[in-house]
Design a protein around this ligand. Structure first.
Ligand SMILES: CCCCCCCC/C=C\CCCCCCCC(=O)SCCNC(=O)CCNC(=O)[C@H](O)C(C)(C)COP(=O)(O)OP(=O)(O)OC[C@H]1O[C@@H](n2cnc3c(N)ncnc32)[C@H](O)[C@@H]1OP(=O)(O)O
Ligand SMILES: NC(=O)C1=CN([C@@H]2O[C@H](COP(=O)(O)OP(=O)(O)OC[C@H]3O[C@@H](n4cnc5c(N)ncnc54)[C@H](OP(=O)(O)O)[C@@H]3O)[C@@H](O)[C@H]2O)C=CC1
Length: 547
């Protein structure tokens, strides 16, 4: 991590290294503010994290709604045996880009991948590429991050904090840079209940932490991590808070905007409703519930579920890029991008709508009928984990073993428990975010831009959104076909019949055991049977009389 320390020292030591590019294009010929699409026309944009969930949506929206944009430079690394070019070309083939492809089949010509590994010295960008970027980039969107909650602290620090610092260093060498937009998270300060659009003092001086961790063995870092992160739940929120501080320190040299989305979910409207491509956050929980695997989770029914659709976040991000470049605010502007204070929806309501949506549009080959319940009671949750997760998993694994297959259900449940254990912190409490800057930004948009770059979540209809979200997980995450819904419904009916049969057999068994042992149980049984007989004979007699 030696080079990382040097880059932070370097950044702190340099004077005003960058002359923020002047364009003279901020206002139209008549003195009015340029529209967002007009602003991006002819601009060169640098994007990190473009292969990720939000990065892809950002690239798509820029190409579709700002068709005159000059070039998108994407910092990408080779991964899983695929070269950077193969990765970008695969990305552009994905369904998300269908609308752009229709409008402009040659859109790929605007995309230039740049090889970069963000955890390496100088971001591992070649000198030629550095030259190219510093001479032409006008705006940077920094989306790359590790969003894993269980990331070892050193790695989270390298990617979320140090890579951000290195990118800021690069930004300062850019001759025509007008805005640097950093994607943070609304939970960077989740140790507070009320969160304003300001950058709070960091939990620790980032440079000091880097210096101290540099010489430490990974095992020691692991041991002291809980002490370091203190009242934050994971290394992710901790390092994102440090990153904000690092970004803010450059705000005298660069025009900076910081976007803080809450829990980013499937798209609301654009490019089509329900687009989602991963298991992160609530998506994995929805899928596990839809497959009938997840039956119980700790969450507060009445706590606000601060989900925000990905297209809303991206529209706000592009608008913030425009505003930052045009207005050049003196201090970094923070935009809390949340729904809770504007159009609240609660975890209890989410549970209800997710369940009813998966009943209407079931997933294929469900393990059990979808029926998940959330509870804030720890003991209750543990009870249901035992009865509804572990017991069925044991039985199913026994069945797999007996039929000569490898048992797998217990392993799946263990992973599920680990994942939901990490999410429960966020579903068991609520936060209040101030969103004045989001409102301020909206008030600066022309009516046309407000439509094209819509981030007005007051219009969001939650039940409809959740329905499209669930369908999106089915279609785009699990690649299931909607035409298979009748078969999936048939499968659910089969599962219901199996359950009824199993329950009946269990009841008869328990009763038989009970009856064999107790005279009182036998008496009750005869009494109930004779009552039924009497009722039946009365019913038959009265129906004969009426006829
Ligand atoms: C009825 C409903 C009721 C609702 C109740 C409430 C629900 C919601 C609750 C609360 C949501 C709150 C969320 C707060 C958010 C904060 C906001 C942000 O700022 S950041 C974003 C958040 N970040 C994360 O969500 C990362 C969380 N994930 C992780 O940290 C790790 O993934 C973890 C620890 C959960 C699991 O790690 P591993 O190493 O065990 O597993 P791995 O490799 O990540 O994935 C597991 C399996 O999933 C597949 N998988 C993962 N992503 C995939 C993809 N995109 N496509 C296909 N498969 C994928 C993988 O291939 C793997 O499957 P194979 O075992 O290999 O078969
Ligand atoms: N998803 C959410 O709910 C929320 C996300 N955010 C923030 O939004 C941003 C984007 O999140 P999201 O799109 O969901 O995350 P993803 O995990 O989907 O994407 C992360 C991106 O970062 C890139 N990346 C990671 N490590 C490196 C590396 N070493 N070198 C180069 N690139 C790297 C990934 O590239 P590769 O494909 O090569 O791995 C990928 O493109 C993050 O900053 C996150 O903190 C904020 C709030 C909520």
């Amino acid at each position: 991590m030696c080079y990382l320390r040097s880059c932070i020292v370097k950044a702190g030591g340099t004077g005003r290294a960058t002359q923020m590019g002047k364009t003279g294009e901020e206002t139209g010929a008549d003195g009015s503010m340029v529209s967002i699409a007009d602003y991006y026309a002819g601009k060169n944009v640098l994007i990190t994290g473009a292969t990720g969930f939000m990065g892809k949506v950002l690239v798509e929206k820029l190409l579709r709604s700002c068709p005159e944009v000059q070039t998108l430079y994407l910092l990408v690394r080779p991964k899983a045996g695929q070269s950077m070019h193969e990765r970008v070309s695969d990305m552009m083939k994905c369904k998300l880009f269908d609308r752009v492809r229709e409008d402009n089949p040659d859109f790929h010509q605007k995309i230039v991948p740049i090889s970069s590994e963000l955890t390496q010295p100088a971001l591992a960008i070649s000198p030629e590429d550095v030259e190219r970027l510093t001479s032409c980039v006008n705006i940077i969107f920094h989306c790359a991050a590790t969003i894993r909650f269980d990331e070892p602290l050193k790695h989270a620090l390298q990617l979320n904090v140090m890579a951000t610092q290195q990118l800021l260093n690069l930004a300062q060498q850019m001759h025509h840079l007008q805005a640097f937009i950093h994607i943070s998270t609304a939970y960077a300060n989740c140790n507070r209940r009320h969160i304003d659009e300001i950058i709070y003092p960091p939990p620790v001086e980032p440079k000091k932490l880097i210096d101290s961790l540099e010489w430490m063995e990974d095992s020691i870092v692991r041991d002291i991590t809980p002490r370091l992160i203190g009242d934050r739940p994971n290394t992710y929120t901790y390092t994102k808070a440090l990153a904000e501080c690092v970004v803010q320190r450059e705000s005298s040299k660069l025009s900076i905007g910081i976007i803080r989305p809450s829990i980013v979910g499937a798209s609301w409207q654009e490019p089509f409703p329900g687009w989602i491509d991963n298991f992160n956050g609530p998506s994995g929980v929805f899928i596990a519930a839809g497959k009938g695997i997840l039956r119980t989770m700790r969450a507060n029914n009445d706590a606000v579920a601060d989900l925000i659709p990905v297209d809303v976040v991206i529209n706000l991000t592009l608008a913030a890029g425009w505003y930052t470049a045009v207005h050049r605010p003196k201090a970094a502007l923070v935009y809390n991008c949340t729904t809770g204070g504007i159009n609240p929806f609660h975890w209890g309501e989410i549970e209800h709508h997710v369940m009813s949506s998966f009943k209407r549009n079931p997933l294929e080959q469900a393990f059990r009928r979808p029926n998940a319940n959330i509870t804030s009671n720890y003991l209750m949750n543990q009870y249901w984990i035992l009865v509804s997760h572990k017991f069925p998993a044991l039985i199913y694994d026994l069945y797999l073993r007996l039929s000569g297959q490898k048992p797998q259900m217990m392993r799946i449940f263990n992973r599920l428990h680990k994942a939901i254990g990490l999410l429960e912190y966020f579903s068991s409490q609520d936060w209040e975010w101030n969103s004045e800057n989001m409102n301020m930004l909206m008030s600066h948009l022309s009516p046309e831009d407000r439509k094209t770059f819509n981030f007005d979540v007051r219009q969001l209809n939650w039940p409809e959104y959740i329905e499209n979200y669930c369908i999106g997980t089915k279609k785009y995450v699990l690649n299931e076909d909607m035409s298979d819904i009748p078969a999936a419904k048939q499968h659910l009916r089969k599962l219901r019949n199996i359950r009824y049969t199993f329950n009946t057999l269990l009841l008869v068994f328990i009763w038989r055991v009970f009856i064999a042992r107790s005279q009182m149980a036998r008496n009750i049984w005869y009494f109930v049977v004779s009552l039924c007989f009497k009722f039946l004979s009365y019913f038959r007699a009265s129906s004969t009389l009426t006829n």
